[in-house]
Design a protein around this ligand. Sequence first.
Ligand code: A2P
Length: 306
Amino acid sequence: MPALGLGTWKSAPGEVGPAVREAVRLGYRHFDCAAIYGNEAEVGAALAASIAAGEVQRADLWITSKLWNDCHREAAVVPALQRTLADLRLEYLDLYLVHWPVAQREGIPMPSGADDFVSLEELPLAETWRGMEAAHGAGLCRHIGVSNFSSTKLATLAAGAHIAPELNQVELHPFLQQDALLSWCREHGVAVTAYSPLGSPDRSASLKAHDEPELLGDPRVGAIAARVGATPAQVLLAWALARGTAVIPKSVDPGRLAQNLAAAELVLGAQDLRELQSLELARRYVTGAFWTVEGGPYTLANLWDE
Ligand code: A2P
């Protein structure tokens, strides 16, 4: 898997296609998608156009997508993946992830109350995983993994699995370093991808806290950037790569797409890394609070196992 990929969460219709085409031209080969982003058809059209134009071959691309929460029943996984493959115009994915350890009633993509959720007792992640293994067995995806999983949930899943989860995609940046989770994954051979590496400043207002610290605008990140002759975004991406994680910054701007890809060439020194390490706040931007409704089965404590 190429370590630096393009994120497509929040990439708007009309913008994501041109961004994907430009990214391919610039040299991006890893694209991170999800059914719930609502833009896989446009991503797929752009990838198909890039391939048809001879700019890239399918075999040189790494395409990840994710199973949404309302398709966690074993029998629902393969059909969900088939819809994603049709949208992306692909015959297989390189990586398919369980998007959240949260289950919703089938056909309810966005819950509006406690009744729209299904507890993990009623629909265990092990059942969803059997569907993921079936999708893998059918050749629809080359690798399978999870997203937003704690080490506790990963360990439980791996214990009962034929194919252990190969990757966990989680929020990671200097304000949320998750050292314990990273060590656990390293010890157990689970690769890690860092999402929202720039602090996800384009999240909708409803997903933002009023007192959020700003990662890209943090003066300490800015000072390191000035010192190493890079931009703050490049420093954040180089930090993620230096920790051995893959990283998937989102951009729809040609200049920032190029800037972010060039971060793979930036090598930070020990002092820079120490300073970034000192920024830890254990602060999630994507808190998961949207899964915790009055009377529902999910709480922040049982979601993150913290
Ligand atoms: P845009 O798409 O207009 O470039 P994350 O990857 O953490 O979710 O962050 C994505 C947000 O960061 C988007 O608002 C994106 O805007 C912005 N962004 C992406 N790359 C850069 C960059 N190099 N410098 C500043 N902002 C960036």
